[in-house]
Design a protein around this ligand. Structure first.
Ligand code: ATP
Ligand code: MG
Length: 647
């Protein structure tokens, strides 16, 4: 292990003194796991209380709290109003062009009720699916909650996806309604969105058979001649806007499907992950309270994810709102109109808790610390990361430059499939190591095992498995129970464990390190080396802003390490010297075996829309193959520039 990863950051005594969590939470959860989860579920309001916690008799199909009934939207909205907190701001919304809106819980209740009344009026029944293809406008959250209120299953499709991606998701879920906007702001300019819906849904023989209505929120107002399909298309303002703000909610079974969400597609074709109501909301609410140390009425939370990803579902909608939180939702990109945007927002709203992806932290590092340094970020008291392993170098920068050295950092490992946080340090309890997700949160059980399911010794790599069911777990893949069993439960079928696809190791101090996907673990002359460790070593070099590493077939060593790096703006060393220096740097930082065979300096890396590096495509390039599925990439043209750099 590299020496830099041994540094430990204990929480400050001030933080410990006020933390929601303490050491005994682990003991408590271990003593009686099911009772622990039952207690967490009682954070919610149940219309019919549950008497059963878990039914695992038909494993791997789980049922949690299954004889209970609740309404998810009531839990996220109405109950706060009923408790006299209606005037509290739920959402500080910031539009990309600079417009903004503060929405209180009272207002949210009215808006969600209007939307529910309209969706009900067009004949939708509990269990029907609704596709939501929208930028980060308040109506997107309102639409999700209106679905939840009626027991409609939403399927949010990221608004950056193509019309083809939308169509395949609409067809797969057989959505009856699509909710969208006329356009969306992208880097200061309005771009059409409704036209992508038209293209996706087609006409005549090619028309999407399930869709009856398209509801359009006016956002950009950029097109006076917006194409309109009579009978199918309606404006939100003329329909939802005219509906009554009073709606009598009904309770649904704990296992009623709340949403379908397609995974981001770093490994293969996206899967429609199904989540249900009671267990999902329990884990989202509990983890938000515990991992983010949420203080109701005081904290201002900001999750930078898009609602198109699971992070946006659990920590921009359900987790915060179930806790009665006040949060920021920002519509645009971090550099519109300039790189100061995020820091201005933190300053303006007094954000206390800031949750973003490592890729954004590396971008901030590349822009330079003068930008955050120009702002008062003293309101921040807790930072979080999600989506990828965070390079220790980026962790330290986040800690010092953004957190002023005083904020605990929660590195949260979880997946679309897990519904909510699984591994994370507990703020005020865990002494953190930069780059490590530390361990399972109370109530969650994970193991690091070898091929046969035996625990691997500290220091060695293995498979990260979840050996006990958890409330927020996926209930299946939409319409495909076999694929569900195959994908997640076949690797360790004998033991009945869920295999998440990721590799990990425990270090000698018991800290858990997620090493990325096992498909990404390289085998060099019989040594297993993780891509993320080599990437972290490269990023730790002052000239490197970002790095992606893959193992390419190699006749002599089995696999050879191939790196793609983006450089920091400055630097006057020659390319060749720098490459030699970087190779040696990795050799000294990790081991001579980890020395990359090849380092390519490139202008960009292929990333998914959620900001993750697509290593499988880089591998295609390094091994000279045709590129695999690129449909979820931000910009497929990056390959031209990468190829030309290699030539
Ligand atoms: P697909 O499953 O379609 O290939 P995906 O796995 O990228 O796409 P997500 O569910 O969005 O889709 O991401 C979950 C994955 O992200 C995890 O399995 C893990 O590889 C990675 N990940 C998320 N958070 C962390 C973290 N804190 N540390 C390390 N890895 C993380
Ligand atoms: Mg995955």
């Amino acid at each position: 292990m590299s020496p830099t990863t041994d540094q430990v950051f204990p929480p400050s005594p001030e933080f410990v003194a006020q933390a929601n969590a303490n050491e005994s939470l682990y003991e408590h959860a271990d003593a009686d796991r099911l009772e622990f989860w039952a207690e967490q579920a009682r954070r919610l309001d149940w219309e019919t209380p549950f008497s059963q916690v878990l039914d695992w008799s038909d494993a791997p199909f789980a049922r949690w709290f299954y004889d209970g009934k609740l309404n998810v939207a009531v839990n996220c909205v109405d109950r706060h109003v009923a408790a006299g907190k209606g005037d509290r701001v739920a959402i500080h919304w910031v539009g990309e062009p600079g417009d903004s809106r503060d929405i209180t819980y009272n207002e949210l209740k009215d808006e969600v009720s209007r939307a529910a009344n309209y969706l009900d009026s067009i004949g939708l029944q509990a269990g029907d699916r609704v596709a939501i293809y929208m930028p980060m406008v308040p109506e997107a959250v309102i639409a999700m909650l209106a679905c939840a209120r009626l027991g409609l299953t939403h399927s949010v499709v990221f608004a950056g996806f193509s019309s083809a991606a939308l169509r395949s998701r609409v067809d797969d879920a057989q959505a009856k309604v699509v909710i969208t906007t006329d356009g969306q702001f992208r880097r200061g300019k309005p771009a059409p969105l409704k036209t992508a819906v038209d293209e996706a849904l087609g006409t005549g023989d090619d028309a999407a058979p399930s869709v009856e209505k398209v509801i359009v929120v006016r956002r950009t107002n950029h097109d006076p001649d917006l194409p309109w399909v009579a009978g199918r298309d309606v404006w939100w303002e003329d329909t939802v806007g005219e509906a009554s703000p009073h709606h009598e909610p009904e309770a649904f079974d704990a296992e009623h499907p709340l949403f379908v969400l397609y995974t981001s597609g770093t490994t293969g074709s996206p899967k429609g992950i199904v989540h249900t109501s009671g267990g999902y909301l329990t884990q989202a609410a509990y983890s938000f309270h515990t991992v983010f140390d949420h203080k109701e009425g005081r904290d201002v939370f900001w999750c930078g994810a898009d609602i198109g990803w699971v992070t946006g579902h659990s920590y921009l909608v359900y987790g915060p709102l179930a806790n009665g939180a006040t949060e920021v939702i920002y519509e645009g990109t971090p550099n519109s109109p300039d790189e100061h945007r995020h820091f201005q927002i933190i300053e303006k709203y007094g954000v206390t808790t800031y949750y973003i992806a490592p890729t954004l932290i590396r971008t901030f590092m590349k822009w330079g610390r003068e930008i955050p340094d120009a702002h008062d970020l003293s309101s921040l008291r807790l930072l979080g990361t999600v989506g990828e392993p965070i390079n220790p170098e980026a962790w330290r920068w986040y800690n010092t430059v953004i957190g002023g050295g005083r904020c605990p950092i929660v590195d949260t490992w979880w997946q679309t499939e897990t519904g909510a946080h699984m591994l994370a340090p507990l703020p005020g309890v865990t002494a953190c190591k930069p780059g490590s997700a530390m361990g399972p949160i109370p109530g969650i059980s994970a193991k690091v095992v070898d091929d046969n399911g035996n625990p691997v010794p500290a220091g060695e790599q293995g498979f990260l498995v979840l050996d006990k069911p958890w409330p927020g777990m996926l209930r299946g893949i939409w319409g495909d129970p076999e694929r569900y069993k195959d994908t997640y439960w076949s690797r360790f079928a004998e033991q009945g464990w869920y295999f998440a696809g990721d590799g990990a190791r425990y270090d000698e101090d018991g800290a858990l390190w997620v090493l990325g996907r096992v498909d990404d673990v390289m085998n060099v002359s019989g040594h297993r080396i993780s891509t993320s460790e080599v990437e972290s070593a490269l990023v730790a070099h002052p000239s490197v802003a970002e790095a992606a590493v893959i193992g390419a077939a190699d006749e002599t060593t089995g696999q050879g390490i191939v790196a793609f790096v983006i450089l920091m703006e400055s630097g006057d060393t020659s390319r060749d010297d720098l490459i030699t220096e970087l190779r040696n740097h990795v050799a000294t930082d990790i081991s001579p075996i980890a020395k990359p065979r090849e380092i390519n300096i490139v202008p960009e890396l292929p990333k998914t829309r959620s900001g993750k590096i697509m290593r499988r495509l880089l591998k295609d390039i390094a091994e000279g193959r045709e590129l695999g599925d690129t449909s979820t990439l931000v910009d497929p043209s990056v390959f031209e520039s990468i190829r030309s750099q290699r030539a």
